[in-house]
Ligand binder design. Sequence first.
Ligand code: KG4
Ligand code: ZN
Length: 339
Amino acid sequence: MTEDIYVLGIETSCDETAASVVKNGKEIISNVVASQIESHKRFGGVVPEIASRHHVEQITLVIEEALTQAGMAPNELDAVAVTEGPGLVGALLVGVNAAKAFAFAHQLPLVGVHHIAGHIYANRLEQEMEFPLLALVISGGHTELVLMKEHGDFDVIGETRDDAAGEAYDKVARTLNLPYPGGPHIDRLAHESDGAIEFPRVWLEEGSYDFSFSGLKSSVLNYLHNAAQRGEEIPPEHIAAGFQNSVVEVVTAKAVRAAAQYKVRQVIAAGGVAANKGLRTSLTAAFDEKGIPFYIPPLALCTDNAAMIAAAGTVMFEKGIRGTMAMNGRPGMELASWT
Ligand code: KG4
Ligand code: ZN
């Protein structure tokens, strides 16, 4: 009989302070997330210094709560997994230092996890991953298509050349005077709308799996600016619907083409924008038609959490990957395969 593996995950790369205990990389035993959104709202975005300060205040409480909810003592754990990067440096440092202190105090192995690997492995908390696999990672900081031939093997076949999709959502929302984070508000308005402004689709060169959203964002801003100069009132929901249509059409088409080209057995979505209703509907319909299994984790696992970090960290731990007490937060960390 093989022993069960219990990993404590810690995530502080942006504006959520999170800790979680996961069993065998698949089963959530506890999952605690302290969100700072309310503190950043009035600034219209995440303020790094405020984020770091909140993480410092919350981290010990959140880790304790994750252990309490799991009903576990530190000596029952097998490892500590923490987001090493990418993210805000001051925010990452809080989690990395907490993880190092915890691992040192309880003599546990330490594993440093890439945030995007975490978003991808959130799916394993729901069902087993089948390879080759295509992951669409779409969040406030990332828009990537990642091909995986096996566990821990990451090949980024497409990425954004400028803004991440979530970033574009948040900026367009801001010009429409919607609260931060704006993604969910644009999504809601788009669904309520009875019309849509036609904005360009940015395909880039033939065959490219890369994305670009800053041109789309600029054309929305120009459209609003021109309308204002003419004294015209544009219903915000028509803007929201037009913008969302453009994002959804391009993302869906590229994901479907990549899945077909690489003959993948499974497609998964990850990241905050994967919560988008328009995108979920479009991707589900497109992959249904192609007969390719497609999954999106539940909302709470799409946005930042520590269960996904523990899930990815467990596979790294099983592969014998270990961090050291010299670990640092790495704001620009690249997604590298686990070898
Ligand atoms: O994954 P996440 O929580 O943080 C990052 O790692 O970036 O993603 C946050 C992003 C924000 O830009 C937010 O506006 C966007 O996800 N988002 C959405 C929706 N829900 C969250 N964007 C579009 N539609 C949504 N329903
Ligand atoms: Zn994230």
